[in-house]
Design a protein around this ligand. Structure first.
Ligand SMILES: NC(=O)c1ccc[n+]([C@@H]2O[C@H](COP(=O)([O-])OP(=O)(O)OC[C@H]3O[C@@H](n4cnc5c(N)ncnc54)[C@H](OP(=O)(O)O)[C@@H]3O)[C@@H](O)[C@H]2O)c1
Length: 317
């Protein structure tokens, strides 16, 4: 496993991070969930991403239990706030920032997170209020650094212009071979300002692993076939997309890579990207995915990928 520095922070994180959306504490059974966390550490993954909203606290509680016996300084822990935890508890007001960090720390069984992220932008709260509250959280030692997820370039610029507050070090956009939206504005702006990308759904929720075949029902043990986990896939699972993904198969084969490794090496080729946050329902998936770390794709392969996927990009959130 190779490691990269997260933006201007002193956090040194693995090129793959382990995420917990839809999976741990909720969609994936306990035994496999624990096995995935254990395998992640064995493979050198030192970066774990969660959010208060995942399973409305269930993912954080699960992580708090399994990480209980692990040396806290040996891994980098990131969580987020914004989405509604109840009808009143939502957004990025100062009161919510203070309330939600305490609740997350309690569930995670730790007295600090390494990275506290705004899961979305809150149009209802003045940005200064949010940034000042996040700054207090850092100064109280409850978070080491702050980040955001899916903010526009304009929103990021506005935050960077506020004097006397902590500076963001990370951005968490959806970024994959099938969704390249952040390349236009957010990634260049972040590169100029010492903000690293930790990208979500780099495998397009499993579509880029090649396990979903055009014209065929999804495998029974896959996210697409799951009642609880499959409802967010949207156009990623369309026939047109699956046909385009099939065109990647020979490119991966010629390079001696699995489809998953090709997809992850592709996001990691982007200099603004620090880490690809993968989900995993079984530890073997992490063995496969970890093989992407350190792979450098040559220009001819990158061109072949662009040609294979022409017309298949999504802009959906
Ligand atoms: N900031 C945000 O708004 C936001 C939004 C979404 C996610 N995230 C973060 O990003 C993380 C990753 O998102 P994601 O789970 O959608 O990412 P992903 O890595 O694109 O998809 C993960 C899923 O693909 C399947 N898979 C993974 N590796 C595989 C392999 N080698 N072979 C076959 N199948 C494989 C597994 O599902 P099955 O085995 O069930 O098919 C796994 O759960 C989340 O956990 C979360 O931390 C953030």
């Amino acid at each position: 496993m190779e490691y990269r520095n997260l933006g201007d922070s002193d956090l040194r994180v693995s090129e793959l991070a382990l995420g917990s959306w839809l999976t741990y504490g909720t969609g994936v059974e306990r035994e496999n969930s624990e096995a995935c966390v254990r395998r992640a550490f064995e493979l050198g993954i030192n970066f774990i991403d969660t959010a208060n909203i995942y399973g409305r606290g269930a993912a954080e509680s699960f992580l708090g239990e399994v990480l209980g016996g692990v040396d806290r300084s040996s891994y980098v822990l990131a969580t987020k706030l914004y989405f509604p935890m109840s009808s009143e508890d939502k957004g990025l007001s100062a009161a919510q920032v203070h309330k939600q960090i305490d609740a997350s720390l309690e569930r995670l069984g730790t007295d600090y997170v390494d990275l506290y992220q705004c899961h979305r932008y809150d149009t209802e709260t003045p940005l200064e209020e949010t940034m000042e509250a996040l700054t207090e959280v850092v100064r109280e030692g409850k978070a080491r650094y702050i980040g955001f997820s899916e903010w526009t370039a304009e929103q990021v610029r506005a935050a960077l212009a506020i004097p006397g507050v902590e500076k963001f070090v990370s951005s968490q956009p959806q970024y994959s071979m099938l969704r390249r939206v952040p390349e236009a504005e957010v990634i260049p702006l972040c590169r100029e300002n010492g903000i690293g990308q930790i990208v979500w759904s780099p495998l397009a929720q499993g579509v880029l692993t090649g396990k979903y075949r055009p014209g065929q029902a999804p495998p029974g043990d896959s996210r697409a076939a799951s009642d609880s986990m499959g409802s967010f896939m949207g156009e990623l699972g369309s026939e047109q997309t699956l046909r385009a993904v099939e065109r990647l198969r020979p490119i991966a084969g010629d390079l001696g890579l699995t489809m998953s490794q090709l997809a992850l090496a592709w996001v990691l080729r982007e200099p603004g990207v620090t880490s690809a946050i993968v989900g995993a329902s079984r530890p073997e998936q992490l063995d496969d995915n970890a093989g992407a770390s350190g792979v450098r794709l040559d220009d001819a392969s990158l061109r072949a990928i662009d040609e294979a996927l022409e017309g298949a990009y999504t802009t959906a959130a």
